[in-house]
Design a protein around this ligand. Structure first.
Ligand SMILES: CC(C)[C@H](C(=O)O)[C@@H](O)C(=O)O
Ligand code: SF4
Length: 782
């Protein structure tokens, strides 16, 4: 059944990866087939525009599913008439309208704002059964890692890659390294998967998983529900990993079975037989194997401005005095200042202003049940200005209301909202005021994440709810639950979930397409290095490969001022804050580059320069950025980060390591990221940057020189394929389309061997006669 040969023991990741290889070229670059593509309004406009400009279509509409989530207000939709009357912010509205227009024009299945199935993109995929075990899942969103909970290979991509997937249904990938995080034992009472993943990120750091796909394994993981597994994999990106994965098992199959877009009947049996082969073989090689003892974990929260700033709730705010590494020390001092915290303060004594229960990490029915169990019979503390509960999808909302959770929250003084990303990111009206402190169930506590100068502490739903009741952080194990008959996760409830869905989707699944019979390929034909004529070096690239729609200039040699940046873990939220993402263009982003670091507001609300390095002479003309710390560009997949850097004039960034998605996105935009060991940067390049001098980057020869032509670095690492594209300014969609024959062959084979994946979002049906949906009977909005 599997494309992979049975010869060597393989990891779960190896198996799923190999089963999707359409083509491999000599440079080590793979073309992978994509089974499922989720689309939202923030990262798709430029991709659809690119398709349009090139006269291309969406190749597999049945593998594509779109929704709106980031920009939409979460206030009541009872009087909803249209996005135009509902969404007050013009730029948010434009992104929503643009997606509506695009899905109509390209005929892509879409859950709009009048559809109960609308919700956060990572909630709706699994909920619909669109996400299936063993599939490849992508989305222009970093938290696509969520779907790895099903044993799928799921990762975030940038907008250029969104366009690539829409046009070719494939993606160009290098193989990541294998990391296993093995969690033994059972989680203690009061400890959830959120505590576990925060603990893990605290241990391995936000760059710990860079270049890796993490498999979460062990008793503690196998004991988790699907919802809890999704919370774990969701935050794999916060550990820097390309993806997180958990092997599919009976828990997975039970969750998927009967979902509207899941296979059924004989196809279901065939699927399960295949899915059962998807586990790491005995003796398979892991590049990194990390063991975590579940007994070490207690309820955990973050204190600082990175998800790795995680501590047990029983701890105190850390003291920089105890840190010897100067970079870490200054980062800690900066974070404490930003968070308005004093060293050695017990975490439990920190008071809060607001509570946010929601986001793609923790807005599923199980999360809401856990929070409601805490809240029931209590009242929100008077000192807490706002506690909001935002379900992940319209269906989660309906289910919660059916169980009376909305009433429990409202009686306690919590606000009950409509589905969306909400205050996780604040691209919509839900934001914190400056210096407000929030107990949040989301996944990122970056500076400015929930609003300018906002202060975010990450934690589990129960802990956030309890903080709302007490007015300060509290150890959930010490909280007094008032009522024991709170809704619990039970088989009955699961059955009710399904019953609800069945009522909502009164449809028959369409018969599976009868395709032409698939060409039989031998294993080797698919996996092995193809003959030379298929290698990109031999292919007549110029014939159909075009410059990218963004107008990518060839990159050969760049000489320019190098700006020094002495920071680690520079996240893409810092490179380009959320308010600048509300554009449907790739240009005009210079003003937003490092906005929070560059500007503060004066008394009249005008921007005042803070003297950030890029605003001082001679660095305001920099073309190169020399960064001392690891993990530049971590976090969100926003391609707006390289767009903004490019718009400023930056052509190359040198750092010890990069966030995977940012690294990819940079190449797609003619921006060269160069990875060098930290000591080389500190000894050879940083001093040049500090003195305001020029560096020359010679890509064809892979060298870096100073202004006297002395070679400072020789043979810096860059993959052949990426170099080739950059030096020639090539559009990789054009290159991929030259491999059309391989894509067609793979599709034929997929139709046969993985026939249970056919249908996909084509099975999405309008909601017919949904009895009491507050969204009415309309489904797709065109
Ligand atoms: C808007 C999108 C690019 C972004 C992401 O990739 O993560 C967002 O979802 C976020 O959480 O910051
Ligand atoms: S992390 Fe937040 S903003 Fe990003 S997709 Fe999830 S809920 Fe939306």
């Amino acid at each position: 059944m599997s494309f992979a040969s049975a010869k060597d023991p393989k990891t779960l990741y190896d198996k799923v990866f190999e089963d999707h290889v359409v083509h491999q070229d000599e440079s080590g670059s793979y073309l992978l087939y994509i089974d499922r593509h989720l689309v939202h309004e923030v990262t798709s406009p430029q991709a659809f525009e690119g398709l349009k400009n090139a006269g291309r279509i969406v190749r597999r509409k049945d593998c594509t599913l779109a929704t709106v989530d980031h920009n939409i207000p979460t206030w009541s939709r009872k009087n909803f008439k249209s996005p135009e009357t509902f969404i007050k912010e013009a730029d948010s509205l434009l992104q929503v309208q643009t997606l509506q227009k695009n899905v109509k024009e390209f005929d892509v299945p879409f859950f709009g704002m009048t559809d109960a199935r609308q919700g956060i993109v990572h909630i709706i995929g699994p909920e619909q059964g669109f996400t299936l075990p063993g599939t490849t899942v992508v989305c222009g969103d970093s938290h696509t890692s969520t779907h790895g909970a099903f044993g799928s290979l799921a990762f975030g991509i940038g907008t250029s890659e969104v366009e690539h997937v829409m046009a070719t249904q494939t993606i160009i990938q290098a193989k990541s390294q294998n990391m296993r995080i093995y969690v033994d034992g059972k989680l203690s009472p009061g400890v959830t998967s959120k505590d576990l993943i925060l603990h893990i990120i605290g241990v391995i750091g936000t760059a710990g998983g860079t270049g890796c796909v993490i498999e979460f394994a062990g008793d503690a993981i196998e004991g988790l529900t699907m919802e809890a597994r999704m919370s774990m994999c969701n935050m794999a990106i916060e550990a820097g990993a390309r993806a997180g994965m958990i092997k599919p098992d009976q828990v997975t199959f039970d969750y998927v079975k009967g979902r509207p877009l899941a296979p059924s009947g004989a196809e279901w049996e065939k699927a399960v037989a295949y899915w059962k082969t998807l586990h790491t073989d005995e003796g398979a090689h892991f590049d990194f194997d990390i063991k975590i003892k579940s007994s070490d974990i207690v309820p955990t929260i973050t204190w600082g401005t990175s998800p790795q700033d995680a501590l047990p709730i029983t701890a105190c705010v850390p003291d920089p005095v105890n840190v010897s590494d100067p970079i870490k020390k200054s980062m800690m001092e900066g974070a404490l200042k930003y968070m308005g915290l004093k060293p050695n303060t017990p975490l439990k004594s920190i008071t809060i202003d607001k509570v946010f229960i929601g986001s793609c990490t923790n807005s599923r029915i199980e999360d809401l049940r856990a929070a409601a169990a805490v809240v029931k019979g209590h009242k929100k503390a008077d000192s807490v200005k706002l506690a909001m509960v935002v379900p992940g999808s319209g269906l989660v909302k309906e289910q919660a209301e059916k169980e009376g959770l909305d009433k429990i929250f409202e009686e306690a003084g919590f606000e009950w909202r409509e589905a969306g990303c909400s205050m996780c990111l604040g691209m919509n009206p839900d934001i914190l005021d400056p210096e407000e402190r929030c107990a949040s169930t989301s996944n990122r506590n970056f500076e400015g994440r929930q609003g300018a100068r906002s202060r975010t502490h990450l934690m589990s739903p129960a802990m956030a709810a309890a903080a709302g009741i007490e007015g300060h952080f509290i150890d959930i194990r010490e909280f007094t639950y008032k009522d024991n008959d709170v809704p619990k996760i039970s088989v009955e409830n699961e059955a009710e979930d399904k019953a609800l869905q069945d009522a909502v989707y009164q449809h028959e699944k369409q018969p599976l397409q009868k395709g032409e019979s698939a060409d039989e390929l031998e294993d080797d034909e698919v996996r092995d290095i193809p003959p030379a004529e298929h290698n990109f070096k031999e292919t007549p690239l110029e014939s159909s490969a075009k410059p990218t729609p963004a107008g990518m200039e060839p990159f050969t040699t760049v000489s320019g001022i190098a700006a020094p940046l002495d920071k680690a873990n520079v996240d893409t939220d810092a490179i380009i804050p959320k308010q600048f993402l509300k554009t449907i263009k790739r240009t005009g982003l210079k003003a937003g580059l490092f906005y929070e670091w560059r500007f503060t507001k004066d008394a009249e609300g005008k921007d005042q320069s803070r003297g950030f390095v890029l605003d001082t002479e001679p660095y305001n003309k920099s073309q190169i950025l020399v960064v001392t710390g690891d993990n530049f560009g971590c976090g969100s997949s926003r391609e707006h980060a390289p767009w903004a850097l490019k718009d400023f004039g930056i052509k190359s960034i040198i750092a010890p390591s990069f966030g995977d998605i940012f690294y990819n996105n940079s190449f797609k935009n003619g921006l060269l990221p160069i990875r060098l060991p930290q000591d080389v940067i500190l000894e050879k390049l940083y001093p040049v940057a500090q003195s305001g001098n020029q560096l020359t980057i010679d890509l064809p020869n892979q060298r870096i020189l100073d202004s006297n032509n002395n070679v400072l670095v020789e043979n810096f690492e860059v993959e052949d394929f990426r170099k080739h594209c950059l030096v020639n300014g090539l559009d990789d969609i054009g290159i991929t389309l030259q491999k059309e024959e391989f894509i067609v062959k793979y599709e034929a084979r997929r139709k046969d061997e993985f026939s249970f994946l056919e249908g996909g979002s084509k099975l999405v049906k309008p909601i017919i006669g949904s009895k009491k949906s507050p969204y009415g009977n309309k489904a797709q909005e065109w």
